[in-house]
Design a protein around this ligand. Structure first.
Ligand SMILES: O=C(CO)COP(=O)(O)O
Length: 264
């Protein structure tokens, strides 16, 4: 069966840009993409700013009727209550968010997030109509020992625990090898394909072939305009989760327009 997975290019801004800078970047991004006649059917475009920027981004996107989508970098597993500092999925949904990242390696590392917590966050997001971008990825030692596939399939199985087939089909997975994040050390297209294919096979076996064929799987880790086309040429890579390069408008716009580039 040929799949109809729309590519997704998502910019994870991490802890960068205040709400005023966010508006400037999104405005410039929209102009650049419209100038180049970007086809949003060929690549969906999303930005994932810090929480404090989201209301401003919503106002801009709604006011100018932009086709750019937006979301958050984390969400509480709780609905409401005494959870100081947390932001709920309902609050993000109210702000018009489409996406929310869960289980990014930086949260797994610095906030000790487990697969079980990631699954709870994904469930909370889906309950409120948000699409979770569920991240997995191995560190350098695991990669060097050849344990990357097992590591990532264990993570993905745990992070999808309790989700229905329909919920998994409506989620996005992201393979982000930790050794490739912010290091300039991009995985080769073959490395990315190997793990993305294994993640898809894992979903097919746990939630059915249709779900495996439908779920989108992104690659993340030092994605740039110069390497995106080769990554996107891989059959199981459905998009990119972009960190550093998403803060540069021209670079991110070029990444979004990967389909207009030759595969080097
Ligand atoms: O962590 C990432 C996206 O979530 C990747 O970051 P870089 O693109 O800066 O390597």
């Amino acid at each position: 069966m040929t799949h109809t997975r729309t590519p997704l290019m998502a910019g994870n801004w991490k802890l960068n840009l205040n709400h005023q800078e966010a508006v400037v970047l999104v405005q410039k991004l929209a102009w650049t993409l419209s100038d180049k006649r970007h086809d949003y059917a060929k690549a969906e475009v999303a930005v994932l700013p810090p929480f404090t920027d989201i209301r401003s981004v919503q106002t801009l996107v709604d006011g100018d009727r932009l086709s750019i989508k937006y979301g958050a970098q984390d969400v509480s597993p709780h609905e409401s209550g005494a959870y100081t500092g947390e932001v709920s999925a309902a609050m993000l949904a109210k702000l018009g968010c489409s996406y929310v990242v869960v289980g990014h390696s930086e949260r797994r590392q610095y906030h000790a997030e487990t697969d079980a917590l990631v699954a709870e966050k994904a469930t909370a997001a889906l309950k409120h109509g948000l699409t979770p971008i569920i991240c997995v990825g191995e560190g350098l030692e695991v990669r060097q020992a050849g344990g990357h596939v097992d590591h990532c399939t264990v993570q993905v199985t745990g992070s999808l625990a309790g989700l229905t087939a329909e919920q998994v089909a409506g989620s996005v997975l992201a393979y982000e090898p930790v050794w490739a994040i912010g290091t300039g050390e991009v995985a080769t297209p073959e490395d990315a394909q190997e793990v993305c294919a294994e993640l898809r096979a894992c979903v097919r076996s746990t939630h059915g072939d249709d779900v495996g064929d439908t779920v989108r799987i992104l690659y993340g880790g030092s994605v740039k305009a110069t390497n995106v086309a080769a990554l996107m040429a891989q059959p199981d890579v459905d998009g990119a989760l972009v960190g550093g390069a998403s803060l540069q408008v021209d670079e991110f716009a070029a990444i979004c327009r990967f389909y207009a580039m030759p595969v080097l």
